[in-house]
Design a protein around this ligand. Structure first.
Ligand SMILES: [Cu+2]
Length: 67
């Protein structure tokens, strides 16, 4: 299912990669689309939103659920 998170603190391509890697560790099949300018991370995954948010948070980014 498609889930949208608001992730603050992504400043460069490395950040996008860190977020992508964190999500892929939880779900290797996840379909991930990141719009850094909008702080928007779209994830198509069966993992619960809280787990995705926690994984991203552990990388050092501030996460809010965008709805
Ligand atoms: Cu960065």
């Amino acid at each position: 299912m498609k889930q949208i998170l608001n992730v603050q603190g992504m400043t460069c391509g490395h950040c996008e990669k860190a977020v992508t890697t964190a999500i892929r560790l939880l779900d290797p099949q996840a379909d991930i689309s990141i719009d850094r300018g909008q702080n928007r991370v779209e994830v198509n995954s069966n993992q619960p939103l809280e787990a995705l948010a926690e994984a991203i948070h552990e990388e050092g980014y501030t996460v809010a659920v965008a709805g």
